[in-house]
Write a protein that binds this ligand. Structure first.
Ligand code: FEO
Length: 399
C-alpha cells in the first residue's frame, strides 16, 4: 500500500525505510535501519528526483503511481548513481519509457556502465536551469559528495534544496518525514555523524566547497537522500557540517581507545581515563576489538583529544588497533591532540609504531611521552599513567 507524503504544494516524498538491513554498503551496522528518499515535483512538467534502493523499490513505485494519478513523469533527475539510490533506475525507465533522464556527464557514463542505458538524456551542469512551470530546477555541482558525478538540485522559487547524500543520516524515519531539531539531536545526531565521517568524511574539502555554495542559497526545505527533511532548525545542522568538514573537533573531550588481549592494556587505559575524568574532563573509553569501527571513527572525530593504547602483537600493533588507525588515516583524520600507551611482555613495539602512523597525519600534536607498560601495571607504572591522564586533561582545558 502506498505511503507517499506531501511536503509542500506539488512536492511529494516517495521513499521508504529498510529496518532489516544489517550493514549499509556492506560495511556499516545500521541497527536503526535507514531510509532511501526520493522526491516528486508536480508542475506543468513532472520531475522525479532520484530513485531508491531495491529494498524499498516496490513501495517507491506504488507511491509514485499513486501520486502521479495516471500522469507520466517528464523528467527523472539522477543526482547520484550509487545503487542505494539508482538500483531501481532500470525499472523506472522501463515503466516510464518516455521520460527524459536529467543528469551530469559523469553520471551518464555510469548509467551506461551499470545499465547499458542509451535512452533520452539531458546532460546538465552547474548553473543550468530546467523550467517545470511555476518552479525551476537548477543544478549545483557536488563532486565527491559522495561520488564524482553528484549534483544537487535547487528550486530557487521556493528555496528547496535536494542535497543528495549530504545532510543524510542512518536511521529509519518514524512516521514523519520532517526533522525535529530536538528529536534529531537526541535520536539521530550520533548516526548522522557516523554517516558523515564514514561515508564522506574523507572529502572534507569538497564538502566545504559545496557548503560555500549552499550558504548563498535561500533554504526553506532541505531534502537529502537519507534521513529526515529539514524545514526548520537547519542552520544548527549546517553548523555541524561546517565543523565536521573542517576536521574541527565538535566537543572538548577525550576518546580513549584501547586494544587489549588479557586486560592489562585495558587496565592502563582505564587508569588514564580515571585521571582525565577526575579533572572534570569528559572522557569515553572504547575497546577497539569490540566496538564497530564506524563508531570508533565518528567518536575520534567528535572529540578534541584521543588516547591510543595497544598491546604489542607479532612485533607490531595489535590487529584491531592497527585496522582502526588505518581507517583513521583513510578518512583523513587530522587536527587532534593525542597520547600513546603501549604494552609488551618482552619487546614493546606498539607505541612507536602508533606514533609513526599518527604523526604522519596532518596537524597532529602528541601530548607527553608514550607510556610503556611491561605486562601489567604496577604502582610506579600507575603513577606514569595518572600523570599522562592529568597532562591530557590539562591540555583539554587549555586548548
Ligand atoms: Fe546514499 Fe552515496 O549513496
Amino acid at each position: 500500500m502506498h505511503n507517499e507524503q506531501q511536503l509542500a504544494g506539488g512536492l511529494f516524498y516517495l521513499g521508504g525505510n529498510d529496518r532489516r538491513i544489517a550493514l549499509f554498503e556492506s560495511a556499516y551496522p545500521v541497527p536503526r535501519g535507514v531510509s532511501y528518499n526520493s522526491y516528486l515535483l508536480i508542475d506543468e512538467k513532472i520531475a522525479v528526483i532520484d530513485t531508491v534502493d531495491n529494498a524499498v523499490g516496490d513501495l517507491f513505485f506504488e507511491n509514485l503511481a499513486h501520486a502521479l494519478a495516471g500522469r507520466q513523469p517528464d523528467y527523472l533527475v539522477v543526482q547520484h548513481m550509487e545503487p542505494d539510490h539508482a538500483a531501481t533506475f532500470a525499472r523506472f525507465v522501463e515503466k516510464h519509457p518516455a521520460v527524459t533522464v536529467v543528469t551530469s556527464q559523469k553520471a551518464a557514463v555510469m548509467l551506461k556502465n551499470y545499465f547499458g542505458f542509451a535512452g533520452q538524456l539531458l546532460l546538465v551542469k552547474e548553473g543550468d536551469a530546467l523550467p517545470l512551470g511555476r518552479r525551476t530546477l537548477t543544478f549545483v555541482g557536488a563532486p565527491m559528495v559522495h561520488w564524482p558525478e553528484v549534483l544537487f538540485t535547487y528550486v530557487p522559487e521556493d528555496g528547496i534544496l535536494f542535497s543528495a547524500d549530504a545532510f543524510g543520516t542512518f536511521g529509519a524515519l518514524a512516521g514523519s518525514v520532517f526533522a525535529d531539531r530536538d528529536v534529531f539531536e537526541k535520536e539521530f545526531l550520533d548516526d548522522a555523524r557516523r554517516y558523515y565521517f564514514n561515508i564522506v568524511g574523507k572529502y572534507g574539502v569538497q564538502v566545504q566547497n559545496v557548503l560555500k555554495k549552499a550558504a548563498g542559497l535561500k533554504l526553506s526545505l532541505v531534502c537529502p537522500l537519507h534521513g529526515p527533511v529539514w524545514r526548520e532548525g537547519f542552520a544548527w545542522y549546517l553548523e555541524k557540517y561546517l565543523t565536521w568538514s573542517a576536521y574541527a573537533p565538535e566537543e572538548k573531550c577525550v576518546a580513549v581507545f584501547y586494544a587489549s588481549v588479557y586486560g592489562h592494556t585495558q587496565n592502563a587505559a582505564e587508569i588514564v581515563a580515571s585521571a582525565i575524568a577526575e579533572r572534570g574532563v569528559r572522557v569515553k573509553v572504547y575497546d577497539v576489538s569490540v566496538t564497530d569501527r564506524s563508531i570508533l571513527l565518528a567518536e575520534a572525530f567528535r572529540c578534541s583529544h584521543a588516547v591510543f593504547a595497544s598491546t604489542t602483537y607479532n612485533n607490531g600493533i595489535f590487529v584491531s588497533m592497527e585496522q582502526f588507525l588505518g581507517d583513521l588515516k583513510a578518512h583523513a583524520f587530522q587536527n587532534r591532540a593525542y597520547a600513546v600507551i603501549e604494552n609488551g611482555s618482552w619487546a614493546p613495539q606498539a607505541g612507536g609504531l602508533m606514533e609513526e602512523t599518527l604523526s604522519a597525519m596532518k596537524n597532529m600534536r602528541r601530548i607527553g611521552d608514550k607510556v610503556t607498560v611491561l605486562s601489567s601495571v604496577h604502582e610506579d607504572g600507575a603513577d606514569a599513567l595518572i600523570a599522562l591522564g592529568r597532562l591530557v586533561a590539562e591540555d583539554v582545558a587549555n586548548n
